[in-house]
Every structure is written in structure tokens, then in C-alpha cells.
Design a protein around this ligand. Structure first.
Ligand code: ADP
Length: 503
């Protein structure tokens, strides 16, 4: 049942009930005060009788009617009016003759009018109090829910400025609400995402195109100490009059770390086994396919060598085995090329993708299940167009592999900074760089880095980078390592622009 739903009884009846309760409590006081005020006015009239005339009596009674109507609405006002008229009539404190009746009638009309206006004001005031009370109740209820709900909640306005920051958000981002409220939402994200965020809001407000609203998304968050963590974000939209707000519910994915880590372990074991099996199969298929041309080449060359042993070798006869050996070598090359094409293009599904989103998701995935809370992540967005023509899963696999390698390389280091930047490629397209502050790559290793089975890790297989190269090759790009100023390793790869009609 929704906690904030209306109470089961009829809303109007409840309001009436509370109005009557409030009224009966105040009414007794109002009646007593208005009668006391009439008595006081009469005593004052008695005291002033030598200096004022009889017609001033009703003037002195006016404040008691106003007081009664203001405190208790219609009835205390009418009581004060009636009591005042009755007392004046009984004591003969009115002008003589017809003038006295006119005075009384005018006072009665004034008394009734004032009482009716008083009643309206009294009711309006009571209704406003009731509404206020119910708003306060709801606000308290909502606040208690927000304080207890485990997900962090952040509300921002259309300019991206934080308006509300829940208790869970304080814990998650290690930031007090007072420090966050009034600042741009970008302070909760790594630099470039933060900067891009304002443009996301602007684009949505201009185009109305929902890219994240109503859907969950895994992105990277940044704590006040600069450390990063993967988080799941669900965004809702609130329009209140001319104002526009966005509510974000954030779930920390590192909390699922233990389970995720175990899953990851199992998954990597599986991948390991399946890779081994796949490679075993591949190796035997290759051996089988290549065995024939290779033994044919050996036979032809052996025959050619025998011909050369003769003191007068017949060059014309030599041509045939050499031509045949060449043909077989080309066939062997074809087998390898076909195999590479198969591996590279097997499940290649290229589409127009947002490069920043690919990076954002890969980063979040790479951080899940890794003791990465003290890795500082910096992203720099230099590729303005942002769109690339690529197979999302494959490029994510490349990014995931490069990021994981970088994080592993920095393990135990004092400075653990990961930078992912995008740049414009020379002939269009994009270049992505993944840099770390780990020990870097020695020149000997660098030469063979992208070859299969090249690893320095105890449990490594050394196929990650070779798979990366195959994928990038299949995209028509290139992958390479670069000098890294200040130490560490930088891997870069390019994704060429897609065919113009596809783009
Ligand atoms: P694996 O990670 O299974 O060893 P890879 O092909 O991904 O296989 O990596 C091959 C080798 O390249 C690693 O064993 C490591 O020695 C080196 N390497 C990769 N990335 C980095 C990096 N960022 N810093 C230092 N060395 C790296």
C-alpha cells in the first residue's frame, strides 16, 4: 500500500471534524470574551455618562462585536450584538424616540454583517491551518522515508543545481547535504561526465528526448575524497508549475561487491575454460588445415632439392615444384586469413554508438567487483562528435580489458590514477587512450605485447590484448602503446568513421 496515499475516511468529513473540534474549543473562550467585552463597554459608558451622550453607547459596543466575531466567528459576534442591544434597551441608554430605534437597527445590521464576515475569515483560517498541518505531516512522513530508504536520493533543478540530498546520499558520496545543496550535480561525477551532464539536461529540455529518464543506467560516481564507484541511477522528472526538477535514485553497486566478485570469479573461470577449449579446438583445426599444405610444400621442396643435387640441374624442371610449393604456401596463408576473418567478423554487429556512453558503461562494469574504491578515475572528452560506428559489445570488451589491465597494474601502487580520454582521429573517427600510473611496460615486453599467450601474470592467459587487436583490426582501426609522461602505461586505439551513409 502506498504510504503517502489518502487516509481511508472521507477527506471532506475529516476536515469538517477537525474544524468543529477546533471551533468548540475556541468558541467557549470567544463567547466569554465577547460578553465580558460588552460588560466592559457598558461600564465604560456608565463611567463616561457625564461627558458623552446616549448615542455614543453603540459606538462603545462596536469593539466587543468585532472581538467576538474575530475570535469565534458568527455566533460570538451575534451574541455580543444581541446582548448589547438588549442591555441598552433595558437601561434606556439610547437616544429618545425614533432616533433610538434607528441607532439600534443600524447597530444590529453592523453586528450581523461583522459577524458574517468574521465567520468567513474564521473558516478560511481554520481551513488554512488544516491544510498546513496536513502538508507538515506529509513532509515529515516523506522526510522519514527518505532518511530510511537505502537508496540515495538527489533532487536537481533544470540548471543541474542540487536542491535536495538525502541522508543515504550523504553516506554514499561522503558529503554533507549542506556541502552538496546549491552546487552543480557534476560534483558527484568524474570530471568530464560532470561537465557533459549540463548539456544532457539542456538537450532533454530542448528536444524532450528521454535518454535516461524512466530507465536505470550504470554510471560512475565520485566521492568527496575523489575516489570513484559504480552506481545504478534511476531518474524521474517533476514539473511543479513553471519549475522543473529531476529526482535521481542512486544505488551503490559496490555494496553488491562480495556476490559480484564471486560471480565474476566463476565467470572468469568459465571464460578461461571456454577460451582454452576454443583455443584447443582452433589449434587442432588449424593443425589439420595447415598440415596438408605444409607437408606438400616440404615434399615439393625436397623434390626440388634433389633436382639441384644433379651436377647439371634442369632449371625448367625446377620451376614446377617451386610453383606448386608457392601455391601451397599461398593456400596456407589463405587458411590463416580466413580463420582471422572468421574470428574477427564472426559476431560483428556494428551500429552508430555513443562513444562516451560505451566508455561510461565499460568503466562502471570494470569497477564492479574490483577493490577499486581508491582508484581515481579521470575522463577527458576530446572527441566532440561522440558517435562511432562500432560493435558495442566488442568495443566494450576492448575497453574492459584495457581498464582491468590498468587497474591490475596499479595494484599496491601509491598513485592509482586511471585516465580515459577520447580524441579526434587524424582522418576522422575517434582515438581512445587508457592511461594508468602503474609500473609501465618494458621495451622487451612491448614488442610482443599483442601476441597471443604473452603474459607476466601468474594466472594470466595473455590473450586479452591479442583479442583486443583482432577486434580493433576488424573495425578497421589500430591499437598501440604510447610513451606515458610520468610513468605508467598508455594504450590507444582508433575507430575509423563509419561509411557516411551509415553514419
Ligand atoms: P593477461 O592480462 O591475461 O596477462 P593481456 O593480453 O591482457 O593478458 O596482457 C598481456 C600482458 O601485458 C600482461 O600480462 C601484462 O604484463 C602486460 N600489460 C597489459 N596491460 C598493462 C598495463 N596497463 N601496465 C603494465 N603491463 C600491462
Amino acid at each position: 500500500m502506498p504510504i503517502l496515499s489518502a487516509p481511508p475516511e472521507d477527506g471532506a468529513a475529516t476536515k469538517r471534524g477537525s474544524f468543529l473540534r477546533a471551533r468548540s474549543a475556541n468558541a467557549r473562550i470567544a463567547f466569554a470574551v465577547s460578553i465580558a467585552a460588552v460588560v466592559a463597554a457598558l461600564l465604560l459608558r456608565q463611567a463616561l455618562s457625564p461627558v458623552i451622550g446616549p448615542s455614543a453607547t453603540f459606538l462603545l459596543l462596536v469593539p466587543s462585536v468585532l472581538l467576538g466575531a474575530a475570535l469565534g466567528g458568527m455566533w460570538p459576534g451575534l451574541i455580543a450584538t444581541t446582548f448589547g442591544i438588549a442591555a441598552c434597551a433595558a437601561l434606556g441608554w439610547h437616544s429618545p424616540g425614533a432616533g433610538g430605534f434607528v441607532e439600534m437597527a443600524l447597530f444590529a445590521m453592523l453586528g450581523v454583517g461583522t459577524s458574517l464576515v468574521g465567520e468567513r475569515l474564521f473558516r478560511a483560517d481554520a481551513a488554512a491551518r488544516a491544510v498546513n498541518e496536513s502538508i507538515l505531516q506529509r513532509e515529515a512522513l516523506l522526510q522519514s522515508i527518505l532518511d530510511t530508504v537505502p537508496d540515495a536520493m538527489v533532487v536537481i533543478d533544470a540548471a543541474g543545481v542540487i536542491r535536495s540530498f538525502s541522508a543515504a546520499a550523504e553516506r554514499l558520496f561522503k558529503r554533507r547535504a549542506a556541502e552538496a545543496i546549491g552546487h552543480n550535480i557534476s560534483c558527484l561525477m568524474p570530471t568530464s561526465y560532470g561537465r557533459a551532464h549540463d548539456s544532457y539536461i539542456e538537450r532533454y529540455l530542448l528536444s524532450g528526448e528521454k535518454r535516461i529518464i524512466g530507465q536505470g543506467r550504470v554510471i560512475v560516481g565520485e566521492r568527496s575524497d575523489g575516489s570513484t564507484f559504480p552506481m545504478e541511477l534511476a531518474v524521474g522528472e517533476v514539473r511543479a508549475g513553471a519549475s522543473h526538477y529531476f529526482t535521481g535514485f542512486v544505488r551503490d553497486l559496490t555494496e553488491r561487491q562480495a556476490t559480484q566478485a564471486r560471480l565474476q570469479e566463476l565467470q572468469s573461470e568459465l571464460v578461461h575454460i571456454s577460451r582454452l577449449t576454443a583455443m584447443g579446438e582452433l589449434a587442432s583445426a588449424l593443425a589439420h588445415e595447415l598440415n596438408q599444405p605444409l607437408s606438400a610444400i616440404a615434399n615439393y621442396l625436397r623434390g626440388a632439392a634433389r633436382l639441384l643435387e644433379s651436377p647439371t640441374p634442369d632449371v625448367d624442371r625446377l620451376r614446377d615444384p617451386i610453383a606448386k610449393a608457392t601455391a601451397q604456401a599461398i593456400r596456407a596463408g589463405d587458411v590463416i586469413r580466413r580463420l582471422r576473418e572468421f574470428v574477427a567478423t564472426g559476431e560483428n554487429e556494428r551500429r552508430i554508438e555513443s562513444l562516451s556512453k560505451l566508455i561510461e558503461e565499460s568503466l562502471a562494469l570494470a569497477l564492479v567487483g574490483v577493490q577499486s574504491s581508491d582508484v581515481r578515475v579521470r575522463t577527458v572528452r576530446g572527441y566532440v562528435g561522440d558517435l562511432v560506428f562500432a560493435d558495442k559489445v566488442q568495443i566494450q570488451q576492448v575497453l574492459l580489458n584495457l581498464i582491468r589491465n590498468a587497474i591490475e597494474a596499479m595494484e599496491g601502487g601509491l598513485r592509482r590514477e586511471l585516465t580515459i580520454s577520447t580524441h579526434e582521429g587524424e582522418s576522422g573517427g575517434a582515438i581512445v587512450r587508457v592511461s594508468d600510473t602503474g609500473p609501465g611496460i618494458g621495451p622487451t615486453l612491448a614488442e610482443h605485447l599483442f601476441e597471443p599467450f604473452m603474459t607476466t601474470k601468474k594466472t594470466g592467459m595473455g590473450v586479452g590484448l591479442s583479442i583486443c587487436r583482432t577486434i580493433i583490426d576488424a573495425h578497421g582501426g589500430r591499437i598501440w602503446i604510447e610513451e606515458t609522461p610520468g610513468g605508467g602505461a598508455t594504450f590507444a586505439f582508433s575507430i575509423p568513421p563509419g561509411a557516411p551513409d551509415e553514419a
